[in-house]
Design a protein around this ligand. Sequence first.
Ligand SMILES: Cc1cc2nc3c(=O)[nH]c(=O)nc-3n(C[C@H](O)[C@H](O)[C@H](O)COP(=O)(O)OP(=O)(O)OC[C@H]3O[C@@H](n4cnc5c(N)ncnc54)[C@H](O)[C@@H]3O)c2cc1C
Length: 550
Amino acid sequence: MTVEQPGRDPLARRLPAAPGAPFPPVPRTATVVGGGIAGLAAAFGLAERGVRVRLIEPAAELGGRVRSWKVESESGAVTMSRGFHAFFRQYYNLRALLSRAGDPHELLVPVDDYPVLSSNGDRDSFAAIPRTPPWNFISFVARSRTFSLAGLSRVDLDAALSLLDVDFPRTFRDHDGVSAAEFLDRLRFPDRARHLALEVFARSFFADPREFSAGELIAMFHSYFLGSAEGLLFDVPRDDFDRTLWGPLGAALERLGVERITAEVQRVECESGDVDAAANRAAAGTDGEGSPFADPARREWRVVLDDGSRLAADGVVLAAGPAATPRIVAASPDLGDSVWRRRMSDVRLAPPFAVWRIWTDAPVEAARPAFLGTAGFGPLDNVTVLERYEEGARRWAEAHDGSVLELHAYALDGTNGAVGADGVDREALRSALREELGRVYPETRRLSIVHEELLVERDCALVGTEPWDERPEVTTPESTVKLAGDWVRSALPIALMERAATTGWTAANELLREWGVAGHDLWSVPTRARHDWPGAARRIKRKLRRGTRS
Ligand SMILES: Cc1cc2nc3c(=O)[nH]c(=O)nc-3n(C[C@H](O)[C@H](O)[C@H](O)COP(=O)(O)OP(=O)(O)OC[C@H]3O[C@@H](n4cnc5c(N)ncnc54)[C@H](O)[C@@H]3O)c2cc1C
């Protein structure tokens, strides 16, 4: 990674790589388990430093929860994906990964606005808001109908201060045991503002605010609003995820000599010496005696695949997501100690979510934005009009004079009528989403669906209120086994795709450090408040007290 500033924020923080040799002094091999963002970052981080890498992923496409794939429709092949994703400009380490596929400015296109609509008619917009704090927040509050002066005067200053006066990771620890909902109650934000601006944030983490960590909510508020000058707008891939991002990244990995194996990892075993060299050479496609996979004297890990084959490696990165990684650890008694194994078994999943993509026989109105966040519309959390930015969808929409729409519903937990005792009722969910879409975009009531793809999954982590220090982190009790993923703790105010990328690079860096090899620089939004908020709050409080006395 470069040492040049990665975005426009001069206060973005560089986290310099540990120094070391440019390449391993003795050949090293690593197995990366999982081909999502975290696994890809780890694979690049290791392979670019001369480590022999195997990447194991069961799906045909890379990208994990940001994967896309072809499906057959009545009108030919179309693309389905795991759902719309916003690539924010402060996702520095994710963008460093994407740069391995090409210039991120060419791979991604900006989305000009990201309106949020509430069922009571409130509508907020992030276009035309300055990007530099605190003007971004002041301008948002001044423009937003959800923040009235009367409402603002009721805000609890002490709680508001903890939203502003941050210092990560201390701020995460300070909010151990507090949920986002409790924090919002303390804050006494005007109801409408609370609903629109902050609950929408919590739901984007697939969680009910009552279950979701206050520290994470504060980190996001800092990272998008008050802590970063990159702004609140985001970019999206120019075409489907596979064609734009993961296909080219897969090709770049291949050029680096990374071996991709389509398989599911069952468990990891630890053994010294006695390597099944023949199996490893066969899997690696190398027969030569010089293969780094064939050194029988080295203490090694063996990664066991679903077909029973066992692949040896000096280091392992477990990046199989929050559902599969704890399962792999549970099946691998050689790994870790009892405290760590208990923490791994405590990893929780958020409730199921749905992505419903529909192809319609007529277009939505031309003024409909690419992406609309919604609040108070039953299970519906957002609506995307894909032909606004995705090449393939644009071609389909033009050819069929229709639209390609995507509807998301998060935290399907029984409160929205779409979940029965035995899980998500897909028919009820479809009809609720269709109904709500009609309320949001009335013209869709007249449209017919010519093709649809509904995906209901439960594979996102729930970052709950448990102590921050007890969440699994990149390092494990095993010096050469690392974790990576969006569910893995980071001291930085980051989440989701950026946490996946950052922990992936970090896992690579940690293995490289073990082997005396230089790591990769990382970047973060500032980890502390940009302004003297405590001083400002003290001054405001003094004024308010004087005002009450007079
Ligand atoms: C609907 C939706 C919308 C989202 N929107 C956004 C957004 O707008 N912005 C944002 O930043 N984030 C968003 N996210 C979150 C984002 O998708 C994740 O943070 C990110 O993709 C996590 O990457 P990961 O590599 O940690 O995990 P994953 O992507 O889950 O990768 C894990 C990989 O491991 C593989 N695997 C599983 N089991 C095994 C096994 N036994 N052996 C080998 N491999 C295995 C899986 O197939 C998968 O490819 C969204 C998520 C969803 C579901």
